[in-house]
Each structure stands twice: as C-alpha cells, then as structure tokens.
Write a new protein. Structure first.
Length: 428
C-alpha cells in the first residue's frame, strides 16, 4: 500500500458543495443530495431509546385459549370488553399484560377484573368508542366526565397498568390519510386533558395512564414516519400542558383491517408482516399482528398462530428487538416525520377552532373530512394508480366467508364510522 494515512488530504482533496453536486450527476433528485445542514434540527425526531416491544396476541377464541396463546410465544393478550369476558382466564404471571380494546364503560372493566393476576390496561376510550359505535342520543355529553375518576382509580387499583386508551383506528379505517389520523389522536388527547383538568387531575397523571393505539397500514416507510410524528406531537401537547420532561408516548400498534382483502387471503399475511415491521421500526411499545383471516366470519386457529409467530420470527430470528432505534439518522424518515407533524398540526388548529374533538364528532365534521379523503383514495384505486395485490392485480381465487355489515345512519345522534377497504372495490 503506497499511500500512508498522512496522505489523506492528497488522496481526498476538499471539494465545494457545488462541485459535489456536479459530480453526483445532474439527473439525481435534489432531495437525494441533501446534506447534514439540511436535516431537521436537534436529535432524531420521534425516536425511542429502548429496545424490543411487547408481543400482544388478539384473543378471539375465548378465555380458555389464553394459556396456550401465551405458551406459544406471546407476552400478553388483547381482549374486547363484554360482560363475562374475564371468566375462565387462567392464573397468569403477575407481569402479564392484558390490553383491553377501546370501550366507553369507565370503571366497569376495573370492577369486573377484580383481583385477577396480570397487569390490566383498562382501555377506557370515550371518543374512540363514540367514533366506532356511534351514539343514539342527540345529546351525547361523552363519557369524558368519567376521565378523572378512571385515571385516579386506575392509578390506585392497577398501578402498573394504563387506564386510558386513545385509539385512532376508526379514523384510519374510515379513510383518514396520515395527517388526519395524527390530528385525530392529538385532538382526542387535548379533549382528554381538558376533561381531566376539570376534575382536578393533572397532565402527569393522564400521561402515566395513557396508551395511544394506532392502526398501521402496509407502507412501511410512511407508517414509520407516522409513528414518529405521533410521538413528536404528543410530546408537544404534554409540554404545552405543563409537563417539563414528558416520557415518550406509549404506543400500541395494530394491523389495520382496512388493508386486508377477502380474495386471496394469504396475501394478508404479507401485509401483516409489513405492518409489524413498521410498528417495530416506528418504535411501538406493543404490537398486535392481524391474522390473515381476521375478516372472516369464523377466523381459524391457523391465522391466529401465524400472526403470533410473525412477531416471534421478527424478534428472535431477524433480531429486530436488538436495536433501540434503527430508523434514527435516516434523512428521508426524519424529513417525512417533520412534514407529517406540520401537516397534522394544521388540522389540529382547525379542529380546536371548531370546538374540539368531541364537537367535530357530534356535528358531522369528521364524517365530511373522512368522506372526502376516502373519495380521493377510491379514485386512485379505480383509476389503476394504486393496486391491491391478489384483488385488483394478480387476482386470486380463494375467498373468505364474510357477512357484510354496513353501518346504518341513526335517527338521532351520531352514526358510526364505516370500515372502508380498498380491496372491497374489486371483490364483488
């Protein structure tokens, strides 16, 4: 080797930025030639500093399956609240997380869980349950008044759990783009903080009892940026509420059913893998992978087990759980994170000016926005600009048995958000 380390300046003479851009080629995209100076200021936007995630399995087969589900690699369970849903649960390790999906029943879930083993994440989500289920009364005052009591009771009776849940899955499923979805989460948090403050509960208590749940789509890069932007926005809100150093938002990422198809259902397993990877790279604290047959009238055990094994393979064979923040330092992701955060904040300003999240749900504003966003999405699929693999392109033959159940408008009050799947445009 003729060159010595001291010869570095001769081997690599300094160049100006203009010379560097010229040598990179005139056909190169300007955004691809960005430098350190062009990156967002500060540390990685929306980053996390802890490794791994909780592998949460959706429990759809009844409490009797809970033990075998945990034995097969999952670390926790996700349940829907109904009377008797805890009956038959086996004795768990004291640290086993039991994550409830969104509901509006306040303290009822805590009472029903009683002294069972495990860490209960109660799932109280007044605005999310209103969006998902609608409400028959024209004078819905929300369950927001219950927020202070639920926060206080959760801290006393399940100190290791989290009583509140803010789930934007209904917005995503009804057609929200990434910016609208983020705005829904932020404004729901603002409404929750105001309700807590009215009952004498501060933002620190709310933050310690909060799970933010999102439905993750199949575009890995976009979803990673969305999760990071969500963390940025929530930190901004909590600081504005008076918290000096809020901890990163505790995020539960779930596979979005809106991305799934009835035709060629095994392709849903590929989508679920993409969604899980996006959740990991985006820094989700807990992930539930959707089964490929989740839309079927009677989902089978194979789909549920494949969903659980997907996380195990990614964690232990692909080693995704060994790196704290693998997306940190990516110029594209950090810039996209910043773009999404700014775009979402403009929607937040509009919603707050209209009276807040609850008012926009009750007066139909959210339905109008979601209808418009869905119209744009539908047009792109119908024009052939976007595709659903196995349905609109490379059409499959297998089809899940599924009974369509469209949400009917209510005579009074608010109608539920619909579930809009691009694949449904081509399934009939």
């Amino acid at each position: 080797m003729s060159a010595q380390p001291s010869d570095g300046e001769e081997m690599f003479p300094p160049v100006t930025r203009a010379q560097w851009r010229e040598r990179a080629g005139s056909d190169t995209s300007p955004s691809a030639l960005s430098t350190q100076e062009g990156r967002p200021a500060g540390g990685p936007l929306g980053g996390r500093h802890s490794r791994g995630w909780l592998r949460i399995a959706a429990l759809n087969g009844g409490a009797s399956d809970a033990g075998s589900v945990l034995d097969q690699g999952s670390e926790g369970l996700e349940l829907s609240w109904s009377e008797g849903c805890f009956d038959g649960l086996p004795e768990f390790e004291p640290t086993t997380p039991i994550v409830m999906r969104s509901h509006g029943d306040g303290l009822v879930v805590l009472d029903a869980f009683g002294e069972r083993s495990g860490i209960l994440h109660t799932g109280f989500d007044p605005l999310g349950s209103l969006a998902r289920d609608g409400h028959e009364s024209s004078e819905w005052d929300g369950y927001l008044q219950q927020v202070p009591g639920v926060v206080q009771a959760g801290g006393q009776r399940q100190p290791s759990g989290r009583a509140l849940r803010l789930d934007t899955g209904s917005w995503q499923g009804a057609g929200a783009n990434l910016s609208l979805d983020l705005a829904a989460g932020v404004t729901n948090l603002l409404e929750t903080l105001r309700a807590a403050e009215a009952g004498g509960v501060g933002p620190d208590a709310v933050a310690s009892q909060l799970i933010v749940a999102v439905a993750v789509g199949s575009d890995i890069m976009e979803e990673v940026a969305r999760l990071r932007a969500l963390r940025v926005l929530i930190e901004r809100v909590l600081r504005a509420a008076g918290m000096a150093s809020p901890a990163p938002a505790w995020i539960h990422a779930r596979g979005a059913p809106s991305t799934h198809s009835l035709l060629d259902p095994m392709t849903n397993a590929l989508r679920a893998t993409n969604q899980t990877i996006a959740g990991v790279l985006g820094g989700a604290d807990a992930i539930t992978t959707a089964a490929f047959d989740a839309l079927a009238d009677e989902p089978g055990s194979m789909g549920a087990r494949l969903a659980r094994n997907t996380q195990s393979v990614l964690a232990f064979e692909s080693h995704l759980a060994r790196v704290a923040d693998p997306a940190a330092g990516s110029y594209h992701l950090e810039r996209r994170t910043e773009e999404l955060a700014r775009s979402a904040w403009e929607h937040v300003r509009v919603i707050e000016a209209r009276g807040g999240a609850a008012a926009c749900l009750l007066d139909g504003w959210w339905h109008e926005q979601l209808d418009a966003a869905w119209a744009q999405t539908r047009e792109s699929f119908q024009a052939g600009e976007a595709h659903v693999l196995g349905v609109s392109q490379h059409r499959g033959e297998d089809m899940l048995e599924h009974s369509s159940s469209e949400s009917a408008a209510l005579a009074y009050g608010t109608r539920p958000f619909p579930l809009r799947r691009p694949a449904a445009l081509f399934e009939s």
